[in-house]
Design a protein around this ligand. Structure first.
Ligand code: RIB
Length: 299
């Protein structure tokens, strides 16, 4: 059976503490109570895709522990197909330690655990079994790069489409970038790629145009300013634009990018064009920042 949307990525337990401001190196701060939640960029994006009406199949790994079981139960009951998630008897479920300041900005440290042991060969084989023409593969970089590269090659052979969220940022090969349709980056990640500052819609549009030389389409997310997009072929030729975000009260930015990307991928898998998918992604990201934690409740 082919899957319209395959999500490859991390599944973590998130431990979040709210502080007045972020600590300096070497400094100890007192914060509020710890909140425990389900997270991981792969899991967050798969959940957002399911909530956008998609039918995501998640390829990920958790440990054989209570937090891994809780993650699978929460995702499975929210419409994510978790039947292909590996349970690793030798590694714990991934953990993310998240600090959120009063302005909503976060810092995150991830202990990958089972996520870091996903095997490229077996993931690519599963992608080849699940993929068909028009299938969307969504991935980020919290799992080994070799897994993403092998899966992207497999989906391309099957006639599918790669949506890559280059987060957390790290160097990737030109051959992987060339498959991206779209590559999704934030301003910092875009700046790394074009080696120039990207701050706001105008420089982002220039960066997107430059990145179009290296991938099939590009989306640059701009936080409270929405997102810009550019594609080589929008049907009648190249297409580009900016979709602003609605003004909302920001509680926590954790997972807002994931809500954007998961929604975008679900819409592309349903046949929407990039412009429409970006518009819905921006709305999902704006909804996500109004909630403490990476996986906001169903809207
Ligand atoms: O993008 C937010 C996510 O990053 C968190 O849920 C955390 O688990 C880390 O993966």
């Amino acid at each position: 059976m082919t899957a319209p949307l395959i999500v490859i990525g991390s599944a973590n337990t998130d431990y979040t503490v709210v502080v007045d401001r972020h600590p300096q190196p070497g400094e100890t701060l007192l914060g509020g109570d710890v909140t425990t939640g389900t997270g991981g960029k792969g899991a967050n994006q798969a959940l957002a895709a399911a909530r956008a009406g998609g039918r995501p199949v998640l390829l990920a790994a958790v440990g054989a522990d209570a937090t891994g079981r809780a993650l699978l139960e929460a995702l499975g009951s929210s419409g994510v197909d978790v039947s292909n998630v590996a349970i690793d008897a030798d590694a714990p479920t991934g953990v993310a330690l998240i600090i959120v300041a009063r302005d909503g900005e976060n810092t995150i440290v991830v202990a990958p655990g089972a996520n870091g042991r996903l095997d490229a060969e077996s993931v690519a084989a599963r992608v080849a079994e699940l993929a068909g023409a028009g299938c969307v593969l969504l991935a980020q970089l919290e799992v080994p790069l070799a897994v993403v590269e092998a899966a992207a090659a497999a989906i391309d052979r099957a006639g599918g489409r790669v949506v890559l969220n280059l987060s957390p940022s790290r160097p990737v090969s030109d051959s992987l970038l060339a498959l991206c349709d779209p590559l999704v980056v934030n301003e910092t990640e875009a700046a790394d790629l074009v080696a120039a500052p990207v701050d706001g819609p105008v420089p982002a549009a220039a960066a997107a145009a430059a990145l179009l030389e290296r991938c099939r389409s590009v989306v640059i997310t701009l936080g409270g300013e929405g997102a810009v997009f550019a594609a080589r072929d929008g049907g009648a030729g190249p297409v580009s634009g900016h979709r602003p975000a609605p003004r909302v009260e920001v509680v926590d930015t954790t997972g807002a990018g994931d809500a954007f990307v998961g929604t975008l991928a679900a819409e592309l898998a349903e046949g929407d064009d990039l412009e429409a998918a970006v518009e819905l992604g921006v709305a999902a990201g704006a909804a996500a920042v109004q909630w403490l934690g990476a996986q906001p409740p169903q809207r």
